[in-house]
Write a protein that binds this ligand. Structure first.
Ligand SMILES: *Cc1c(COP(=O)(O)O)cnc(C)c1O
Length: 397
């Protein structure tokens, strides 16, 4: 299944990478040059909402590439104008600006928080976020993130960030000081291993923000665009954020992100924000083709149903092998009874299934929103046999 390659000496070793090198993708599958195929339950880390080489997205990209890739971020372009209108309508918020990555969108959100704090909270600029959260890899978004070890990497850390335990409203309440300007959370912690808060958590944080006069920032870079069953996780939670960040699935595979604000949180004025590639026509066209599919009648309901099917399968595996399951929509995790996730991921890849080890004892699954029951069944069966072997090995050692 795996093509042997010599390690590259030019690419920095930023992450351990397997020797499987995909050269082509189609729907839920990736193919290597030798024809080896792999069922992809990562999809670029929840990026390819519609799977690989979705015909609608491919056609839109080809069409736009033949017309206009990038003119200038200082000129309007029709795809960005139209996408902005559509996203504002879809989110129920008021203002939007585009960026190219999730980290940049969160960085922009932080700038807006500081701007608002300077105006409305006597210069307060501290943002409260949660332990184990993930918001990106720029210096400020690393400081916003609650990943262990990141607080001491690349010192000094930018000031103005404090963490509290996730899914703990009282801890958040206690952490608020006159220096606090905003609370920022993921509706479901993705990178931490699909940590789903108790029902009512986001509503309670929203109420806390209203009570204390703070901005409520939701990072939906991973949970947005149907990933958790609804278009956005905040809709299912029954809350409206002041600032919303989007990315990953938005571009349907192309780099695109956005920060969307409610009027009360304000917006950027001339000179405060920008980026060479921000809102380029190519990325915006890919996003609109993706949105056309996501908003078609019945599409999200079908994706949600696939999520329930996957959840039922993972529950069966948890019952059989020990451990547990959690998740929402097509963002799911299997919690293992032993810390064998990296070994299980390697063995699954050898057998043609791509999974993510979010933590040593957590497997994360983010299939295409178009994944079929048959594909889910193939993946679950493969995982089942690998779990049998690997957990027996863990017990023996
Ligand atoms: C992936 C992710 C980010 C960062 O997005 P990049 O495009 O990698 O910069 C931020 N927040 C969340 C919740 C994410 O899952």
């Amino acid at each position: 299944m795996v093509m042997p390659v010599s390690p590259s000496h030019a690419l920095m070793p930023i992450t351990p990478r397997p020797s499987f090198i995909p050269v082509r993708g189609e729907g839920s599958y990736l193919f290597a040059a030798d024809g080896a195929k792999c069922l992809d339950f990562i999809q670029g880390w929840a990026v390819n909402a519609l799977g690989h080489a979705a015909p609608e997205v491919t056609a839109a990209i080809a069409r736009q590439a033949g017309q206009l890739l990038t003119a200038s971020p200082a000129l309007f372009n029709y795809p960005a104008l139209e996408l902005a209108e559509r996203l504002v309508a879809l989110t129920g918020l008021n203002h939007i600006t585009f960026c190219s990555s999730g980290a940049e969108a969160n960085e922009a959100a932080l700038k807006l928080c500081r701007k608002w704090g300077a105006r409305h909270r006597a210069g307060a600029f501290e943002v409260l976020s949660t332990d184990n959260s993930f918001h990106g890899r720029t210096l400020a978004t690393m400081a916003l993130s609650g990943k262990s070890g990141w607080d001491v990497m690349f010192p000094p850390q930018p000031p103005g960030f404090r963490k509290v335990p996730f899914d703990d409203v009282e801890a958040m309440r206690r952490a608020i000081t006159p220096s606090t300007v905003a609370l920022c959370v993921e509706p479901i912690q993705g990178e931490a291993g699909v940590v789903v808060p108790k029902p009512g958590y986001l509503k309670a944080l929203r109420a806390l923000c209203d009570e204390a006069g703070l901005l409520f920032v939701l990072d939906e870079v991973q949970t947005g665009f149907g990933r958790t069953g609804s278009m956005f996780a905040f809709e299912a939670a029954g809350v409206v954020p002041d600032i919303l960040t989007l990315g990953k699935g938005l571009g349907g595979g192309v780099p695109l992100s956005a920060v969307v604000t409610h009027s009360r949180a304000g917006y950027f004025n001339v000179g405060e924000q920008g980026g060479t590639f921000h809102g380029n026509p190519l990325a915006c066209s890919a996003a609109m083709a993706t949105l056309d599919v996501l908003t078609a009648p019945g599409f999200l309901e079908a994706a949600q149903e696939s999520g329930q099917y996957l959840a039922a399968g993972l529950q069966r595996l948890a019952l059989k092998h020990g451990g547990s399951w959690r998740g929402q929509g097509l963002l799911q995790a299997l919690i293992l009874p032993a810390p064998r996730a990296p070994e299980i991921v390697s063995e699954c890849l050898l057998r043609g299934l791509l999974l993510n080890a979010a933590r040593p004892h957590i497997l994360r699954l983010m299939p295409s929103l178009r994944v079929t029951h048959e594909e889910l069944e193939i993946g679950l069966n493969c995982l089942d046999s690998v779990l049998t072997e690997q957990l027996a090995r863990a017990r023996a050692s």
